[in-house]
Design a protein around this ligand. Structure first.
Ligand SMILES: Cc1cc2nc3c(=O)[nH]c(=O)nc-3n(C[C@H](O)[C@H](O)[C@H](O)COP(=O)(O)O)c2cc1C
Length: 175
């Protein structure tokens, strides 16, 4: 059996249809998918700041984009800032050793849910973490990790995507 078409056909576009808008229901379903991800001890150490194009939250986020992402990310209908609960409030004790790992799984859920809805996501780190953190002021123990641009893709999946082979996954990097 080949890899499921949902996985095989997913890709991260850089260009989105700037006329297309997500609905409230779309956003709710995407977050619902994110919430069903597995996490260590069911700790669910994730949070999502949701910013729809044309709304004040979007203006708040866009000004922290890097020059690179500033060219394409604003065309997406939705920008989401992802956050992980790394530390117990006001301490240096780990809230979970797996906070970022679990956040990544939650984002993967959201990403595939989006693809199943004929939407596309491009995750990215090309933004000013310092100024965005100053602006959003995540609660104690919470840290901004990444952003996700979500919308209707305005480009086709590239033909020449590269991945390491399954053989390499089996043989690298232990003694
Ligand atoms: C954590 C993370 C950070 C990323 N940061 C950026 C970024 O800053 N700029 C960018 O253009 N793409 C970024 N990407 C997208 C990756 O380049 C892309 O997922 C990768 O090339 C594989 O392509 P595919 O998603 O189409 O399979 C990021 C992806 C992830 C998961």
């Amino acid at each position: 059996m080949p890899v499921h078409p949902l996985l095989a056909s997913r890709f991260s576009p850089m260009w989105f249809d700037s006329d297309w808008n997500v609905t409230d229901d779309d956003v709710e379903v995407l977050l619902d998918a994110a919430r069903w991800a597995p996490s260590a001890g069911n700790s669910q150490p994730w949070a999502y700041f949701v910013a729809r194009r044309g709304e004040p939250e979007h203006d708040r986020i866009v000004k922290h984009l890097a020059r690179s992402s500033g060219r394409w990310a604003p065309s997406a209908s939705l920008l989401i800032v992802t956050m992980a609960h790394r530390y117990v409030e006001d301490t240096d004790w780990a809230y979970s050793d797996f906070a970022d790992y679990d956040l990544g799984q939650s984002v993967a859920h959201l990403t595939l849910q989006a693809h199943a809805m004929d939407l596309a996501c491009r995750q990215f780190r090309a933004f000013n973490l310092e100024t965005l953190t100053d602006d959003l002021q995540p609660g104690a123990g919470w840290h901004i990790v990444s952003m996700i641009a979500i919308g209707r893709a305005a480009e086709d999946r590239p033909a020449d995507r590269e991945r390491r082979s399954t053989e390499e996954l089996r043989t690298a990097p232990w003694d």
